[in-house]
Design a protein around this ligand. Structure first.
Ligand code: ADP
Length: 587
């Protein structure tokens, strides 16, 4: 690998790759932030639903308190308590009512006409309600604030017997049934999150010792039971209670879905076993225990959760995937642009180096080309000057050589000067309408005469004159001289030269054909580049500067035409000058 490629890789390509990598890393971080934001946003939806559910329970409990207060306003508390369990509540026809006197005795219970429900209730709860059995209870007193609650529990531990103290020590915390995929602050947890609420070990009377109303829940046979209770001020210490069935809670919740519709989420309330109680999108199905985010509803509905599920789980990824694809596309494009630009820079640098090498070659070629004719001219001029040559034929031959060599010198100097002018765009043409036939004729005459003397077979196959063109005759003659002199240089082994001239619709074609070696294949275009020589003159023995075809082709282009090369059938070269004919010359 050469130096410029290494510099390109180290200075441009690698930093670009590092930048691309940094961009992707930033994108990854953005994705995490986006997910966190979305999780926070959806978490607030779940929080609102949990709040609504809590409010619903609190409202119902307050309704129960008001109902009892209404009864006590009309009758003495003891009388209300005596008939309380036989009555019904507006909360639910299936609720079981009970009253507990100041002495801790449970009044008889007979829930409406279905005595089996009353029997079940008494069997399951009698000792708990009457203060004989402590179990895990979850309580949400209505009016107790945090400070009051602390005060109350302190009072309990002071006033009650050691049993309460022991109960408190036995407190156990269950884990949540639901494992949210995302949590605002934490990464997704594996499993078994601790629940925010913790039960107390207590019986009904201890649990309701402080405050005047509340909601109390406890597990019976692994199912939650809810007790609304109230102890009105003017009820002589009697506690009125009501066991609310889950079916009633479910019925209350059924009004919620209208209020919790969300375009991207399915919101649901899950019971203590993680089963959906209500669902905002009835057709939605999911692993209910793995919501996107979830919130515990709290003491009023222990282990119940408000959960949110993504309607389209791919939604989160698709946003980041789009931006990831966009960044990848930008990086790929940038890298591609760098590679392409690098390729062009390297190619340009190579060209410059090539050109520099060609120019160096040109200097040595031209020095060589100048030296050869000069040496010949000097040698033959000295011979003639010495007067030693008496033979007139010999003298003429020497004079002819001097003329030819000086012509060669003139041609070379003209080419170099013209090239310099063209390079600086100083070359001007004296264009005029002319019949090129006669100009081709005079160039051909000079060349063929001199070539025939050296044993060449020269033949001009010409279409009828005139060849009307708009051209600078000297410049066009220079093109022909260059092409003829190349044919002479490179076709000297076979010594045959042909010139074909013909008209084709709107163009004039002048082809110069030789039977030399032809241009090596693959170099047909390069020979028209400045200083390019398919065979270096110093090594091949054929003198040249690499400018003849460059000039010929530029002059032709400046006249609206071109010079083309093609291999000649049977071997040799065919260079054709094509020029536009003026209107009157067009076929
Ligand atoms: P020069 O002849 O001074 O080297 P030119 O620009 O006239 O420069 O030609 C460029 C190259 O094209 C030559 O070096 C030679 O390799 C090739 N070339 C030109 N004319 C002929 C020809 N008639 N036959 C074979 N090769 C040719």
């Amino acid at each position: 690998m050469n130096r410029s490629a290494l510099v390109f890789i180290a200075g441009v390509f690698l930093p670009s790759l590092v930048l691309g990598w940094l961009a992707l890393r930033t994108l990854g971080e953005q994705q995490i932030i986006l997910e966190r934001r979305t999780a926070e946003l959806f978490q607030s939806e779940a929080d609102s639903l949990a709040f609504l559910a809590r409010e619903m329970m609190v409202q119902r409990q307050e309704e129960f308190t008001l109902e009892v207060a209404g009864l006590i306003g009309r009758q003495p508390a003891a009388a209300v308590a005596a008939g309380f369990s036989a009555g019904t509540t507006r909360l639910s026809p299936e609720a079981v009512l009970f009253a507990i006197g100041m002495d801790g005795r449970l009044s008889d219970v007979s829930a409406d006409s279905t005595s089996s429900r009353a029997e079940d209730f008494l069997r399951e709860n009698r000792s708990f309600l009457a203060g004989g059995a402590a179990t895990e209870v979850y309580q949400a007193p209505m009016e107790r604030k945090a400070a009051a609650r602390e005060e109350a529990s302190a009072a309990i531990s002071k006033s009650k017997d050691s049993k309460v103290m022991e109960y408190s020590r036995q407190q156990t915390a269950r884990t949540r049934n639901v494992v949210p995929q995302k949590m605002a602050e934490l990464a997704a947890p594996a499993a078994g999150l601790p629940a925010a609420i913790a039960p107390e070990i207590s019986d009904f009377q201890n649990a309701t010792a402080t405050g005047s109303s509340g909601i109390l829940a406890r597990f019976v046979n692994d199912k939650l039971q809810w007790f609304f209770w109230t102890r009105p001020e003017d009820a002589d210490g009697i506690t009125f209670g009501c066991m609310v069935p889950t079916s009633a809670i479910r019925a209350w919740m059924e009004s919620l879905p209208e209020r919790i519709q969300h375009p991207e989420l399915c919101l649901a309330i899950l019971d203590e076993r993680g089963r959906p109680i209500i669902v905002s999108q009835p057709a939605f199905e999911a692993d209910w225990r793995r919501p996107f985010v979830a919130t515990e509803i709290g003491d009023v509905l222990p282990y119940w959760e408000a959960a949110a599920y993504l309607l389209d789980p791919a939604m989160l990824d698709s946003a980041t995937q789009t931006s990831r694809a966009a960044i990848l596309a930008v990086i790929t494009l940038a890298l591609a642009a760098i590679v392409v630009a690098g390729f062009f820079v390297v190619r340009d640098a190579r060209r410059q180096l090539d050109l520099a090498a060609k120019k160096t070659g040109f200097v040595s070629n031209v020095s060589h080309e100048l030296k050869t004719p000069l040496t010949a001219i000097r040698m033959f001029a000295e011979l003639l000057e010495g007067g030693a040559i008496d033979d007139p034929a010999k003298r003429n031959k020497y004079l002819r050589i001097i003329t030819l060599e000086s012509e060669r010198l003139t041609r070379l100097i003209n080419n170099v000067l013209d090239f310099a002018r063209m390079d600086k765009k100083h070359k001007t043409y004296q264009k005029r309408p002319l019949d090129l036939y006669s100009w081709i004729g005079s160039v051909w005459e000079g060349a063929s005469l001199h070539l025939s003397e050296s044993g060449w077979q020269c033949h001009w196959q010409a279409a009828d004159a005139p060849y009307p063109v708009l051209a600078d005759p000297d410049a066009i003659s220079q093109v022909l001289v260059n092409l003829l002199s190349n044919a002479e240089k490179y076709g000297s082994d076979t010594k045959t030269l042909e010139l074909h001239s013909w008209k084709e619709k709107e163009t004039l074609h002048v082809a110069i054909l030789d039977r030399g070696p032809g241009v090596p294949s693959g170099q047909e275009r390069k020979i028209f580049e400045a200083f390019y020589r398919a065979n270096d003159s110093l090594s091949s023995g054929v003198p040249g500067s690499g400018l003849g075809l460059t000039l010929a082709s530029r002059i032709a282009r400046d006249h609206g035409g071109e010079v083309t090369y093609s291999h000649r059938k049977g071997g040799g070269s065919c260079f054709t000058l094509i020029l536009p004919l003026t209107k009157e010359g067009c076929l």
